[in-house]
Design a protein around this ligand. Structure first.
Ligand code: ATP
Length: 315
């Protein structure tokens, strides 16, 4: 049984070795916010199911094979006639990456409420957590309805709902994003946002007012990601902040998804808020210190690895 169900667009990703306009090599892999979280949770030993759609092409095979190889259940990953979406990363210089999406009319955008109903029907008992992000409703009406259906089904089954705001400004207008994300946030138990994204979850005000508004609406914890400054969690009982783990940053993209995987792993393990945050900060640091969105994410036995002194050999 899956402890977590997530849904969204898992894409193929091309990571160029250098400036793309000069040609040269690229590494082919898999990307997508919810897929990253699914892999991060599976690495930590949790049962995760991914609902989505890929194309009837070799890139779709890669996505399916990678998720399956990482231990993510793919029974709800449909093959659609549309092609698999592609995202292209060009690390222009250390710390600056260009991201170019090719996802218009892609298979991931055909995700519908029916897919979500099938995903929930696959399991006799409901998941403990549903994880959704703000990327999926921005893909179009079908994916937006899929997210709504997932939230409705999760809530009626007593599952906790986690929303990572994950705003993609190129996919929709800020006003549409705010309207949709505010409506979703108040139905969630856990809301995760970066400092810049938090205003998309409410009518206005500073961080304290926005967080207070979410808690008053019934959200049980609001988690704010602060990049290299760490992360905070606010519940009705406490406010905690943890600084980031000091690592050499080689590839910051994917840190947010890695953080969510660690944080949700702490939720599933029943850890107190400080320990949930510590696990999220740790998995976020792993993502930053390794190349790729998910490739460097830790297994459970590797979580303590950041405590090792620089230059350690693990034998
Ligand atoms: P992205 O969209 O690139 O995945 P994000 O904006 O969603 O990122 P961040 O706040 O950048 O998320 O990162 C999530 C968490 O990862 C942070 O809260 C922090 O704990 C960790 N993190 C991010 N950057 C660094 C860094 N340079 N060094 C150590 N840890 C980091």
């Amino acid at each position: 049984m899956s402890e977590v169900v997530t849904l969204g667009e898992a894409m193929a990703c091309l990571r160029a070795d250098g400036p793309i306009n000069l040609g040269g090599g690229a590494h082919i892999s898999v990307a997508g916010a919810e897929a990253n979280v699914a892999i991060g949770l599976a690495r930590l030993g949790h049962g995760v199911s991914f609902a989505g759609a890929v194309g009837p092409d070799r890139l779709g095979d890669l996505v399916r094979r990678t998720l399956r190889a990482e231990g993510v259940a793919v029974g709800a990953l449909r093959t659609d006639p549309a092609p698999t979406g592609i995202v292209v990363f060009e690390q222009r210089m250390t710390g600056v990456t260009r991201v170019d999406y090719h996802r218009r009319a892609s298979a991931g955008g055909t995700l519908s409420a029916g897919d979500v109903e099938s995903a929930f029907a696959l399991h006799p008992s409901p998941p403990r957590v549903l994880h959704v992000t703000g990327v999926t409703p921005a893909l179009g009406p079908g994916p937006a309805q899929a997210v709504q259906a997932a939230v409705r089904l999760a809530r009626s089954a007593g599952a906790r709902v986690c929303l990572d705001v994950n705003h993609r400004a190129r996919l929709w207008s800020e006003s549409t994003a705010r309207r949709t994300l505010t409506a979703l946030a108040v139905q969630a138990d856990i809301v995760v946002a970066s400092e810049e994204e938090l205003p998309l979850t409410g009518a206005g005000g500073g961080e304290a007012e926005l967080v207070a508004g979410l808690l008053a609406a019934g959200v049980s914890e609001v988690v704010v990601k602060r990049g290299a400054a760490g992360a905070s969690v606010v519940t009705t009982r406490e406010t905690l902040h943890l600084p980031a783990r000091p690592v050499t940053a080689v590839d910051p993209i994917g840190a947010g998804d890695a953080f969510v995987a660690g944080y949700l792993s702490g939720v599933l393990d029943g850890l107190p808020a400080a320990a949930r945050l510590a696990r999220g900060v740790t998995t976020g640091a792993f993502a930053v210190a390794c190349h790729g969105d998910w490739e460097g994410l830790p297994t459970r036995s590797e979580l303590d690895m950041l405590d090792l002194p620089d230059g350690s050999a693990v034998r």
